[in-house]
Design a protein around this ligand. Structure first.
Ligand code: HEM
Ligand code: NAG
Ligand code: NAG
Ligand code: NAG
Ligand code: NAG
Length: 245
């Protein structure tokens, strides 16, 4: 109940901050990925809301609507403007930018790189130091879109310093947020050390979960997550000067 109250407060706050918020409805569209057979609840923001459009999806363990899950399989499809401005996009697992576990994703060299981030204020999110783990199931990149299917473990509750929060799957709704940037980050070979600026568009919304989101095949699908993408990060920060791209 507390988190729902927080969410409404956050929602109201976000609305007054930005007219662009609330880009999509709460009702999910059930989507089956043709390559893996994974069934997701998905929510999309249209091209009018964010350049090129964006889709977020969740698949949850079979018991997740009764007992809070600690992990999920995510679908993330974001847009690139052109081959120079191929952008980044972000997901907030608590809805708000602040005090929520954030995931940043961007395409580079035909790969999708990700970084867990956190911030307690509306300023550049720093690398999250908690034990959330992202493992990729599939990724595709072309000139207009990048699509990632991933397993996210220890992602539905988070702690950073004195700030913490969680997403309760048994509540039947998730408070989610997204952000999208037209400009690409710099230093893209090292996801935890990218340079990036404020997003071009963002939204916060309440995502209703349908019964299809929790699936008996979850464990089988989770086992498909075998690829860890860490990038090439220099051993010392002094060597991590962005290469020209
Ligand atoms: C992964 C998700 C997100 C990332 C990585 C992110 C990143 C950022 C960055 C880098 C800034 C600029 C800070 C600065 O210039 O000092 C910013 C500002 C801002 N973000 Fe986010 N953000 C995310 C999600 C969201 C969401 C979901 C919302 C709300 C719906 C949001 C709302 C804002 C607002 C309102 C500002 C402007 C703050 C100001 O100018 O004072 N962000 N964000
Ligand atoms: C890519 O798109 C951006 C934003 O619309 C534009 O400013 C830039 O000139 C474009 N670059 C190319 C190479 O088309
Ligand atoms: C780009 O990807 C190729 C193939 O996976 C890899 O061999 C190469 O090192 C990558 N380049 C950079 C700059 O990451
Ligand atoms: C990660 O953190 C959570 C919450 O603090 C804890 O319940 C879990 O056991 C931790 N997992 C690992 C693998 O350390
Ligand atoms: C790029 O990928 C998206 C999403 O899979 C697809 O809709 C689009 O047709 C593809 N575009 C090209 C040029 O292949």
């Amino acid at each position: 109940m507390k988190s729902f109250g927080n969410l409404l407060t956050a929602l109201f706050g976000a609305l007054t901050l930005s007219q662009r918020c609330l880009g999509q409805t709460s009702t999910p569209v059930v989507y089956e990925d043709p390559d893996t057979g994974i069934v997701f609840d998905t929510w999309s923001a249209s091209e009018e809301v964010t350049s090129g459009g964006l889709t977020i999806g969740f698949a949850l363990p079979s018991t997740a609507l009764k007992t809070d899950a600690t992990e999920y399989i995510g679908y993330l499809q974001c847009s690139s403007t052109n081959t120079t401005d191929n952008g980044w996009c972000g997901l907030s697992l608590g809805g708000t930018m602040t005090d929520s576990l954030l995931i940043i994703a961007y395409p580079y060299n035909n790969t999708i790189y990700t970084s867990f981030r956190y911030t307690t204020e509306y300023s550049k999110p720093t690398v999250y130091t908690g034990n959330a783990t992202l493992t990729q199931i599939s990724s595709t990149v072309n000139s207009t879109h990048y699509t990632l299917i991933y397993r996210c473990q220890n992602c539905l509750s988070w702690t950073e310093g004195s700030s913490s929060g969680s997403a309760s799957t048994s509540a039947g709704t998730l408070g989610l947020g997204w952000a999208q940037s037209i400009a690409a980050p710099s230093n893209r070979n090292c996801p935890d050390n990218i340079g990036f600026r404020e997003h071009s568009s963002e939204s916060i919304f309440v995502a209703d979960l349908s019964s299809e989101v929790a699936n008996p095949s979850y464990s089988e699908w989770a086992a498909l997550a075998t690829k860890t993408v860490t990038g090439k990060c220099a051993a010392s920060t002094s060597a991590a000067v962005p290469r020209s791209t």
